[in-house]
Structures are given as structure tokens and as C-alpha cells.
Design a protein around this ligand. Structure first.
Ligand code: NAP
Length: 246
């Protein structure tokens, strides 16, 4: 895939799925702006990437805050020279049943998971529209489609991402920008590690392929959508879930 020399911003790339996406894009020769709340994690990812021969800049930032997002884009564009690919991956969970869910947990999940996609996409579109080329890939979730008890905030944020993906795709197709989403199922990362064993066992029974996904499974779909070969695909959701939702 002809991605060599392009520049990407990957949010939440300090660990988990975001780091796997950054590594997979770097393997194709893409320079990466590694964005994370945790600067030590971001630097660790950036070191891995530079050892693979691409440019990588670690940026400490909170993608739910507009001032921070502007600083992130300014820094990456200054150091890498532009942005061709944006992967909106940063996300959090604050699970509780609806009646017990605190308002601040609703707000923080919506802000980090959904508002961040709005803020980062705005900055990315400004840069991409000038070049009349761009790829935006948003990380949604299977629960946007199925719902999940205890995740009113999270499932709403991810369903919101799907609507935002389609609208942004329609608004900026004429500028050569494609906007798609990847909806992972159950992927082995720190986010799912904290779930109780019995919940994981029940979850496994719902997956036809009989195993949990890896961050690399998600990264492979992202690299495809980022590639020039995916240029006729926009406003779509690719499900990476072992068949747990069809
Ligand atoms: P993870 O291991 O918890 O990693 C998330 C990363 O995002 C962390 O490095 C975190 O930084 C960073 N982050 C959190 N809030 C941020 C903010 N405001 N600004 C910048 N960075 C922030 O999660 P993951 O499992 O890799 O998930 C990645 C994405 O995939 C998320 O959007 C998640 O919802 C989605 N997803 C995951 C699964 C799954 O099964 N794992 C399934 C479906 C969808 P800190 O370390 O500082 O917190």
C-alpha cells in the first residue's frame, strides 16, 4: 500500500489499540503524531516507531478540550509537515447501570469519546481540505449497535461516532476526504482486562470465531481504510468482532 511518507495523528496511542494502530501505520512508512494523556506512554510508543525508521512525535494532550486539540495539531503539523490521516482512537469507560450512573461519568465519557472526534476532525479537515486529500478513521464499538447493560454513556458515545462519521463523510467527500469507522468487538487491552473473569467467559460464548480479538486485528482494518486503495469507501463501518454482531 502506498502510504510511505504520509503523516498521521493517532489519539490515545500510548498503549492498547492506539499503539497497535500507530505501529501498523509506521510499518507502512507513515510518520506518526502520537497523542496521549500520559506523556511517558506516548514517548514509549514514539521510541518504538522511530526505531522502525519513521518520524514520530509524542504529544501530551487531552483530546476532549478544544485548546489542547489545537495545540496538538499545531505541534504535529509543525514537526511532521502536515496531516494526511487522523485516527480518533482515544476512549474511556465509566460503567454503571443507568439509575446509578453519575452525571459526571456521563459527561466525561461523551466528552472523551465523542466530543474529541468532533474537535479533532475539525482541525484535521482544515489541513486536509487544502490538499484535497485525507483519511479520517474513527474507532467506534460493537456496543453502538447492540447496546450493553452498564454502558449507557459509552454505547451512546460510540453510536454518536457512527452518525458523526457519516455526516462528516458526506460534508467533505468533495474535498477528497474519506471518513470511516471501525467497530471493534471484544479486544484484549487494559480496557477489557479489568472486567471480571465470569463476564469475560460469558462474552467469549457470544463470539462465533471463539476467541477475543487483538489490537493488531483492529489495526489491520485501520491501515486498509487509511490506504489509497480504500479511496472509494466512505461513510462506512467495518466491524472487527469475530462475528459477535453481524
Ligand atoms: P486503553 O487501553 O484504555 O487505551 C486508551 C488510551 O487513550 C490510553 O492511552 C489513554 O491514556 C488514552 N486517553 C484516554 N483519554 C484521553 C484523552 N482525553 N486525551 C488523550 N488520550 C486519552 O483502551 P483500548 O482498549 O486500547 O481502546 C482504544 C479505543 O478502542 C477506545 O476508543 C475504545 O473505546 C475502543 N474500543 C475498545 C474495545 C476493547 O475491547 N478494548 C472494544 C471496542 C472499542 P491514559 O493511559 O492516560 O488513560
Amino acid at each position: 500500500m502506498e502510504l510511505k511518507g504520509q503523516n498521521a495523528i493517532v489519539t490515545g496511542a500510548g498503549r492498547g489499540i492506539g499503539r497497535a494502530i500507530a505501529e501498523a501505520l509506521a510499518a507502512e512508512g507513515v510518520n506518526i503524531g502520537v497523542v496521549d494523556l500520559n506523556i511517558d506512554d506516548a514517548k514509549e510508543t514514539a521510541d518504538i516507531l522511530t526505531s522502525k525508521g519513521v518520524k514520530a512525535v509524542a504529544v501530551n494532550g487531552d483530546v476532549s478540550k478544544s485548546d489542547s486539540v489545537k495545540e496538538i495539531f499545531d505541534k504535529v503539523i509543525k514537526e511532521l509537515g502536515g496531516v494526511d490521516i487522523l485516527v480518533n482512537n482515544a476512549g474511556i469507560t465509566r460503567d454503571a447501570l443507568l439509575l446509578r450512573m453519575k452525571e459526571e461519568d456521563w459527561d466525561s465519557v461523551i466528552d472523551v469519546n465523542l466530543k474529541s472526534v468532533f474537535l479533532c476532525s475539525k482541525e484535521a479537515v482544515k489541513a486536509m481540505a487544502k490538499k484535497r486529500y485525507g483519511r479520517i478513521i474513527n474507532i467506534a464499538s460493537v456496543v453502538a449497535f447492540t447496546g450493553n447493560p452498564g454502558q449507557a454513556n459509552y454505547s451512546a458515545s460510540k453510536a454518536g461516532i457512527v452518525g458523526l462519521t457519516k455526516t462528516t463523510a458526506k460534508e467533505y467527500a468533495s474535498r477528497g476526504i474519506t471518513v470511516n469507522a471501525v467497530a471493534p468487538g471484544f479486544i484484549m487491552t487494559a480496557m477489557t482486562e479489568k472486567l471480571p473473569e465470569n463476564v469475560k467467559e460469558e462474552m467469549l460464548k457470544t463470539i462465533p470465531l471463539g476467541k477475543f480479538g487483538t489490537p493488531e486485528d483492529v489495526a489491520n482494518a485501520v491501515v486498509f481504510l487509511a490506504s489509497p486503495e480504500a479511496g472509494y469507501i466512505t461513510g462506512q463501518v467495518i466491524h472487527v468482532n469475530g462475528g459477535m454482531y453481524m
